[in-house]
Design a protein around this ligand. Structure first.
Ligand code: 13P
Length: 253
């Protein structure tokens, strides 16, 4: 039985006052929900503030990215060791915004996945196709390429304790959610590709969906056999929405 996983990716949003207001509302709501692993991923500069507000609760701290290099002369970088030292247990790698806007390649994402694991962080690997790729029938090819880059670099067993987030680019921040059936089909495909390398790992790896998940559609998405939770953007900035999404995941058996 895979424990459901819901992470809030705040992206480049928030300030000290709004973070405090959000978490003051959210923390007591999350305290009343069991059976789901919840993670908050704020911008780097707010990791300490968020930790001070969620510390001591079951909710974990994650970062949105990391540098592929270890500590040293890499101006602007934040290493896996620094994230660990700052109280993070998770880190998102390969988000489509990093791939599209910051030029991250499959090879770089695989490297980030590797260094995250080596530091004892749980990587949340994002994969997903653009609208053009979906319309040209290339969804599986693209997702498989992104997945294989990591499996080739780290081995399939590395996915056992990791999380894969299927985030179709066309569904991110657009209000256009994949239907539960569309998402399930890709999730089943991903699990099948992991199973081709290691069936035991495929049974354990959490595969979560991201892309316009809200309280109103979470339950239907999470009801699908291979959807083990969500990676939440916009709705993670609203306490009641994020808590309701966590509740929907917790209810899934
Ligand atoms: P939205 O939930 O805002 O569509 O964002 C999804 C996402 O990119 C989470 O990483």
């Amino acid at each position: 039985m895979r424990v459901k996983f819901v992470a809030g990716n705040w992206k480049m949003n928030g300030n000290r006052a709004s973070n405090e207001a959000l978490l003051t509302d959210l923390v007591p709501l999350l305290a009343g929900i069991s059976g789901v692993e919840s993670v908050i991923c704020p911008p780097f500069v707010y990791l300490q503030q968020v930790l001070s507000l969620i510390g001591g609760t079951k909710t974990a701290l994650g970062a949105q990215d990391l540098c592929q290099f270890g500590n040293g002369a890499y101006t602007g970088g934040v290493s896996a060791a620094m994230l660990k030292d700052s109280g993070c247990s998770h880190v998102i790698v390969g988000h489509s915004e990093r791939r599209a806007l910051f030029g991250e390649t499959d090879a770089l994402v695989a490297e980030k996945f590797a260094v995250a694991r080596e530091a004892g962080l749980v990587p949340v690997l994002c994969v997903g196709e653009t609208l053009a790729e979906r319309e040209s029938g290339a969804t599986e090819k693209v997702v498989d390429r992104q997945l294989q880059a990591v499996m080739q670099r780290c081995g399939a067993a590395a996915l056992r304790d990791a999380v894969v987030a299927y985030e179709p680019v066309w569904a991110i921040g657009t209000g256009k959610t994949a239907t539960p059936e569309q998402a399930q089909a890709v999730h089943a495909f991903i699990r099948g590709r992991v199973a081709a390398a290691d069936a035991a790992v495929a049974a354990e790896v959490r595969i979560v969906y991201g892309g316009s998940v809200k309280a109103a559609n979470a339950e239907q998405l999470f009801a699908m056999a291979d959807i083990d939770g969500g990676l939440i953007g916009g709705a993670a900035l609203v306490a009641g929405e994020f808590a309701a999404i966590c509740r929907a995941a917790a209810q899934k058996h």
